[in-house]
Design a protein around this ligand. Structure first.
Ligand SMILES: Nc1ncnc2c1ncn2[C@@H]1O[C@H](COP(=O)(O)OP(=O)(O)OP(=O)(O)O)[C@@H](O)[C@H]1O
Length: 233
């Protein structure tokens, strides 16, 4: 579904990703872990076209998207829930949700789609007319995810969704993420909460200084002491 091969990317003169290769198949939740500044967010930004690819290639369901503009990549089915939620605080919850369907201009925003989203996030039903900015941090994060899902993405990129959430909201968020597993969607999640993430992911990659230093099944990574080392050094 999503294939990243030998990708290099960075900002100005600073190289960040240095030959990163990652695969995410449909139906998988794959974790990207690693210390602060390793390049995890840069990896997601490179996939969604917000940061330019300097070398290597990115394919989406076999189609090359390397160097494509971000809006085209989004249209091909990549939804990026950026770090820090990114909802529009002055729009209602419903309007925020409706923005999720803008990628499919020829289709009307179906009532049934909204109902589908609300089934997944039942608490939203009673808050549809409230301003997004009045929701708690965790609820805003769920709203950002619900909005991304309304675009019916093939690939969902989640950047540190638990950042700043209370332990209770974090529990709820991880339950939501686990429920995102579906046979036709690939999810790539960047998280600091290593153990929690490896409970919902099937596989993971550990990035250190812009390189993949460890990869494997979540089960193996959970018990691999090298993962802690990668965080320390
Ligand atoms: N917009 C930017 N301009 C210049 N350098 C940047 C920019 N964004 C990130 N960097 C640098 O790129 C490197 C990788 O940052 P990135 O945010 O991808 O790391 P990360 O692994 O996601 O870490 P964190 O968990 O702290 O967000 C860091 O050295 C960071 O300072």
């Amino acid at each position: 579904m999503l294939s990243i091969k030998d990708v290099e990317a960075g900002y100005g003169l600073t190289p960040v990703l240095q030959g990163v290769s990652i695969e995410v198949k449909a139906g998988e939740i794959v974790a990207v872990l690693g210390p602060n500044g390793a390049g995890k967010s840069t990896l997601l930004r490179t996939i969604s076209g917000l940061v330019a690819v300097r070398a290597g290639r990115i394919e989406l369901s076999g189609q090359p998207v390397t160097g494509m503009a971000a809006h085209r990549i989004a249209r091909l089915g990549v939804a990026h829930v950026i770090e820090g939620r990114g909802i529009l605080p002055n729009l209602s919850v419903k309007d925020n949700l409706m923005l999720g369907s803008f990628l499919r201009p020829r289709q009307k925003f179906m009532k049934s789609e909204l109902e589908g989203a609300l089934e997944q996030f039942p608490w939203m039903s009673s808050r549809l007319s409230e301003l997004g900015g009045r929701l708690s941090g965790g609820q805003q994060q769920m709203l950002a995810i619900a909005r991304a899902l309304l675009g019916k993405p093939e690939v969902l990129l989640l950047d540190e969704p638990s950042l700043g959430l209370s332990p209770l909201m974090t529990d709820e968020l991880f339950e939501t993420i686990e429920a995102l597993r579906s046979s036709d969607r690939a999810v790539l999640i960047v998280e600091q909460q290593m153990h929690r993430t490896l409970q919902v992911a099937s596989r993971g990659y550990v990035i250190q200084r812009g390189k993949v230093v460890l990869e494997g099944s979540a089960e193996v990574l959970r018990t691999d002491g090298r993962i802690e080392k990668a965080y320390m050094s």
